[in-house]
Design a binder for this molecule. Structure first.
Ligand SMILES: *[C@@H]1O[C@H](CO)[C@@H](O)[C@H](O)[C@H]1NC(C)=O
Length: 209
């Protein structure tokens, strides 16, 4: 029978899917505070709020596992190199109104940069201006089993825009101040040099007389 093979194949695929305990979900990875969160070598990301709850909801996981689970942030650079943030985070509560054990410190934002680690921990690389990364969050259980993974986000870029006029002003004021000092020192030095030269000439002409 012709349809038998595809049907068994489908069964095998289904078993494979079910055995793979990792859940991949749609999740909106957002900047922590809009455009302000994008800097030249660093981007602030909103923490993985409610991602753990998605796993609990869809896989019947246990809420009690929250305190031992951790969030890893993975990054996919434009050249397809993969990195992770050097730090794991505790699983945040779904909203700010949930009661929190005092011991749990959840950062307000995840700091992507200025350094990111190679996925195997063998290197550290710098985040550069105008670089684009796709981001995904993975929640690991205490036994390092990936419980839930988000899909890769749209590319998130660090800032690479020319500085605004106000920042140019702020940048160049101290510099032009230093320039004035250097110019003054040079002028004085030149004046002293000429003075020395002139007195040397005067002394020599007096000597010659
Ligand atoms: C990255 O991977 C994607 C999909 O595998 C491929 O289309 C793309 O050309 C790769 N980019 C680079 C820079 O290798």
């Amino acid at each position: 029978m012709v349809p038998a093979f595809p049907r068994s194949l489908a069964a095998v695929l289904m078993i494979l899917c079910c055995c793979n305990s990792q859940l991949v979900v749609d999740y909106d990875i957002a900047l922590f505070n809009g455009e302000v969160s994008r800097l030249a070598t660093l981007v602030w990301l909103s923490p993985a709020y409610c991602l753990f709850e998605k796993w609990v909801e869809q896989r019947g996981g246990e809420l009690t596992m929250r305190s031992s689970a951790s969030v890893q942030v993975e990054l996919l650079r434009e050249d397809n190199a993969t990195f992770v943030l050097p730090q794991r985070y505790s699983v945040p509560f779904c909203n700010d109104f949930s009661p929190k054990p005092a011991a749990v410190s959840t950062p307000l934002a995840y700091q992507m940069g200025p350094n990111v680690a190679c996925i195997d921990g063998s290197c550290i690389e710098h985040v550069l201006p105008g670089q684009r990364f796709r981001v995904r969050y993975i929640i690991y259980s205490v036994s390092e089993e990936a419980l839930v993974t988000t899909k890769w986000s749209a590319p998130i870029a660090t800032r690479d825009d020319p500085p605004s006029y106000s920042s140019i002003d702020a940048d160049t004021t101290p510099r032009s101040g230093a320039m004035v000092v250097i110019t003054t020192v040079l002028v004085v030095a030149l004046f002293l040099l000429l003075l020395g030269f002139a007195s040397m000439l005067a002394a020599r002409s007096k000597f010659a007389r």
